[in-house]
Design a protein around this ligand. Structure first.
Ligand SMILES: NC(=O)c1ccc[n+]([C@@H]2O[C@H](COP(=O)([O-])OP(=O)(O)OC[C@H]3O[C@@H](n4cnc5c(N)ncnc54)[C@H](O)[C@@H]3O)[C@@H](O)[C@H]2O)c1
Ligand SMILES: N[C@H](CO)Cc1c[nH]c[nH+]1
Ligand SMILES: [Zn+2]
Length: 452
């Protein structure tokens, strides 16, 4: 884990420009406005993750120990974190960080508790009732990243909605840290303890997702890991790929992979704020995407100047410059806000900030984004920590069809059918007709027999 300033020499900023002005663009061209390395990089990661799945499924804890040695540089006998380690982590927590975690928890809880959908009972005639009941899954596995940075706030984002949904069994995993005796980062352990989570594992990356999805049998003194119903949480490309590969064995939230920010801004936006927000998310990962969409060349030029100035001075300068200079980042110049909105909807960013005149009106026209941040005083950093919203969000364009983590991620809608004799008799001839039309007469007979 990188905790001090990056030491490698920062590369020069190369924030490229994509000029869409004066062009009529197809949806495919709009979608490809900013290339995502999705297919190539995913294919590479997929092979590695397949190997990890095979190793963990066949050799269980011994494979986990090998992977911890290879990827995390730690020797591990068993990944379960003791109750004592959790208690000690909370006792040693900085009081300011504790106060911040508590504020974040309180806001996340208030929002999550209001998200639970209501059950419905509908009468479709005398004695004919159908209902839809929202029922929590039984057991979940939550992932908290800890490679480049220890994301203690992700403990909150995972745990709070799971608890609000009523999940009874919650397990959490985060990478073992060389500097902390092979345990997950102490702030992550403290956040887990603060939220009452007792089952915590020092497992990182794809192997954590696989351990939760399939479970790991224990033998002798070894504690087993029971399989879960749903795995959630953010992570790097290996975590996101593992979630995609185990989907179907378990439910997942979304492909909450490498961070992305897009900002739709016009000439009224303030370049220093735009640059700071682009850098705030570039800081997560050298592969993070930071994209500015604007109809103002003056703003674009000012933002590039600000990026160079701020990126050179920030702690993780090398990582930030690499992310800003990658093909996944840059400025898209558009004719007007109309085209800008089309680009943003096609791109479907994880985070989309709107910094325009009348930002709420522009935000109302966005239908593809993991989360939308409206105006100068709603930066992504607010949502990352303390807005009350969830920061575990879909990436790689998957925001077009999937949602950020929320209470319904942990619920299933179960429909209940309760008809009495008279109500069934009323529709029995229709059932018989439809079963005949489908050449499934046994279905009709199952109704007819009740009235013979
Ligand atoms: N979309 C979201 O909601 C969201 C939220 C927060 C963070 N993120 C993203 O989460 C990611 C966190 O990544 P991270 O790396 O810092 O931590 P991480 O915990 O996701 O990954 C660290 C683990 O990756 C594994 N790993 C590292 N190199 C590997 C290799 N070559 N092959 C196989 N496995 C390997 C190791 O097991 C290690 O423990 C960032 O990309 C960040 O942008 C996304
Ligand atoms: N921006 C991240 C979501 O992509 C969440 C996060 C956690 N800590 C800081 N930021
Ligand atoms: Zn962040």
């Amino acid at each position: 884990m990188t905790t001090s300033s990056d030491t490698s020499a920062p590369a020069a900023l190369n924030f490229r420009s994509i000029d869409f002005r004066g062009r009529r663009l197809s949806l495919a061209e709009l979608r490809g406005a900013v290339p995502r390395a999705r297919h190539q990089t995913m294919a590479d990661a997929e092979q590695k993750v397949q190997d990890i799945i095979a190793a963990v499924r066949s050799r269980g804890f011994s494979a986990l120990a090998e992977l911890a040695r290879t990827f995390d540089g730690v020797e591990q006998s068993h990944p379960r974190v003791s109750a004592e380690a959790l208690t000690q982590a909370l006792a040693g927590l900085d009081p300011n960080v504790r106060a911040a975690l508590e504020e974040s928890i309180s806001r996340a809880r208030q929002f999550a508790e209001r998200q639970r959908p209501s059950n419905v009972d509908v009468s479709l005639g005398d004695g004919a009732v159908v209902s839809q009941n929202w029922i929590p899954v039984g057991r979940v596995g939550l992932y908290v990243p800890g490679g480049l940075a220890p994301l203690a706030s992700s403990v909150i984002m995972n745990v709070v909605p799971a608890v609000a949904a009523g999940v009874e069994s919650i397990a959490l995993a985060s990478p073992p840290q060389k500097d902390f005796g092979g345990l997950p980062h102490p702030t992550i352990l403290a956040a887990a303890k603060l939220l009452g989570i007792e089952e915590v594992y020092a497992i990182g990356g794809a192997q954590a997702i696989v351990s939760f999805a399939y479970g790991i049998p224990g033998s002798g003194d070894e504690l087993s890991i029971e399989p879960v119903d749903v795995v959630t949480g953010p992570g790097n490309i290996f975590v996101a790929t593992a979630k995609r590969l185990v989907k179907g064995v378990v439910g997942i939230d979304s492909e909450a992979g490498t961070t992305e920010i897009a900002i739709l801004a016009d000439s009224t936006a303030q370049a220093p704020l735009v640059a700071a927000d682009l850098i705030s998310q570039a800081e997560h990962d050298p592969k993070a995407a930071s994209v500015l969409v604007t109809d103002s060349t003056e703003l674009a030029d000012a933002v590039v100047r600000e990026l160079a100035r701020q990126a050179a001075a920030t702690k993780h300068s090398a990582r930030v410059l690499e992310a800003l200079s990658g093909p996944q980042s840059g400025v898209v110049l558009v004719d007007d806000l109309e085209q800008g909105i089309a680009v943003c909807n096609a791109y479907a960013a994880e985070h989309l900030e709107i910094m325009t005149a009348d930002a709420p009106a522009v935000a109302a026209r966005i239908h593809n984004a993991g989360a939308i941040f409206v105006g100068d005083y709603s930066p992504v950093s607010l949502g990352d920590y303390c807005a009350g919203s969830n920061h575990v969000l879909p990436t790689s364009g998957t925001a077009a069809f999937s949602s950020g983590l929320n209470v319904t991620t942990f619920l299933r809608a179960v429909q209940v059918i309760n008809y009495d004799r008279g109500a069934l008799e009323k529709v029995s001839s229709h059932i018989v007709s439809l079963s005949g039309a489908e050449d499934l007469p046994g279905h009709g007979d199952a109704v007819r027999i009740r009235f013979e």
